[in-house]
Design a binder for this molecule. Structure first.
Ligand code: NZQ
Ligand code: ZN
Length: 387
């Protein structure tokens, strides 16, 4: 097991009706609030009114930034930074899915930086300070509610890049499973695939003798596989939504990578696809991940055998290790297809035109991944297999 440090400062407030605690949670941070949200789902669900009521109870002055795009744009983040500076905002409140949360984090860091926020994503600057943020999450997917990462898209340059700092962990996140009842089926599916992919990135590792981390990862996968299908069948199934929501948080809140060398190549590749084609992150992962698995599994077949047997109940009797491993990968693909997630880039109208550019961008800082280090040609092979 590798050495590690763990410190996650986010206070999780989980359960039905917990938005009633929002005012009290915001109060210690000040009264000048920037409320960040997306394209309107929080207005149709009634959550917007509940949030404003909470903020009015503490006498807050609320400035709003709406219209955060899925795959949030740098240009929109910059609007939020402007508001924070002009209105001397003290606290950024994100209400929505991962895109809204990520935009809020970028705004919080950019507001106190004397320069272009994009610098944080291209290693030109590191975050030295940030406004405090809080979140009310409405979609189980990214884990952004309890981590210090954000992913922002620069639409002019067609680049999608991440920033990260301990300074942009949310101070608190409210997770009410009922707020996810209105998530449409396609976004529920994208979320399921994203959560599973976060586990894959940390599970398929060359680190050995980590049974606890492996069991954590496998239990999240089993929970998502079972409850994901239930949530798709009945969007108002409280237990299914609750289990999905918690699984999403634990998949990327720093629990799984403790002592483990993690990979993240597939996320790097997917971000290049969604940077150019603006597809949903989960849809891109659904296409690429099984192809990544096939490309790399021989690096440590035993891990893929364990995955096939423990997660997909593949019967090992009479099969070679390679056959068991491949059966687990096929089971992954079959599950994604069964829940309605895409298997090829062609299904999303993407052809081979930009594959070379995507492979180039994904490896611009050198080879990616650790399970198998991937150079540009490797990434191109995976993308080509994904067509
Ligand atoms: O904009 P609104 O109207 O709110 O609608 C959203 C959006 O259209 C809708 N939605 C969210 N909650 C809803 C709802 N609709 C009805 N009822 C609700 N309760 O869902 C759509 C997608 O929302 P979005 O926030 O884009 O989805 P998600 O949470 O999957 O976030 C995706 C973004 O997060 C990044 C992705 O790259 C992508 O940009 N990621 C962030 C990570 C992180 N910060 O740690 C890690 C991930 O790997 C990922 O890269
Ligand atoms: Zn992801």
């Amino acid at each position: 097991m590798n050495a590690f440090e763990l410190h996650n400062p986010t206070k999780l407030v989980f359960g039905a009706g917990k938005v009633s605690q929002l005012g009290g949670l915001v109060k210690p941070y000040g009264k000048r609030i920037l409320l960040v949200y997306g394209g309107g789902s929080i207005k149709s669900s009634g959550l917007y009114d509940d949030v404003l009521e909470q903020l009015s109870k503490i006498g807050a002055t609320v400035h709003e930034l709406s219209g955060i795009e899925p795959n949030p744009r740098l240009s929109t983040v910059n609007k939020g930074i402007e508001i924070c500076r002009k209105e001397k905002v003290e606290f950024v409140l994100a209400v929505g899915g991962g895109s809204v949360l990520d935009a809020a984090k970028a705004i919080a860091a950019g507001a106190l930086y004397d320069g272009d926020m994009w610098d944080f994503t291209v290693h030109k600057a590191i975050i030295q300070e940030a406004l405090p943020i809080g979140t009310v999450l409405t979609l189980a997917a990214t884990g952004s509610e309890m981590n210090g990462n954000a992913v922002i898209s620069n639409w002019e340059t067609k680049q999608k890049r991440g920033l990260g700092s301990k300074l942009i962990y949310p101070q608190f996140s409210i997770l009410d499973p009922k707020l996810t009842y209105t998530v449409p089926v396609n976004q529920t599916i994208n979320g399921i695939v994203d959560i599973m992919s976060h586990v894959f990135e940390q599970y398929f590792s060359l680190t050995t003798d980590i049974p606890l981390q492996e069991r954590f990862a496998e239990s999240i996968l089993l929970t998502v596989i079972e409850n994901g299908e239930k949530a798709i069948a009945d969007g108002s199934d409280y237990d299914a939504r609750a289990n999905l929501l918690l699984a999403g948080t634990y998949a990327l809140n720093g629990t799984l990578p403790n002592g483990v060398t993690t990979d993240w190549a597939t996320h790097g590749i997917e971000h290049e696809v969604s940077a150019i084609y603006d597809i949903a992150h989960g849809a891109g992962l659904s296409i690429i991940f099984p192809n990544w698995m096939k490309f790399v599994y021989k690096e440590r077949v035993s891990k893929f055998v364990q995955y096939a047997v423990r997660v997909w109940n593949v019967d090992p009797a009479g099969k070679s290790d390679d056959e068991i491993a491949l059966a687990g990968i096929e089971a992954t693909r079959a599950y994604f297809t069964r829940i309605g997630s895409p298997a090829t880039l062609g299904e999303l109208g993407i052809n081979d035109e930009q594959l070379d550019r995507m492979a180039e961008e994904a490896t611009q800082f050198g080879p990616i991944g650790t399970f198998k280090q991937l150079n540009k040609d490797d990434v191109l092979s995976i993308l080509t297999a994904s067509l």
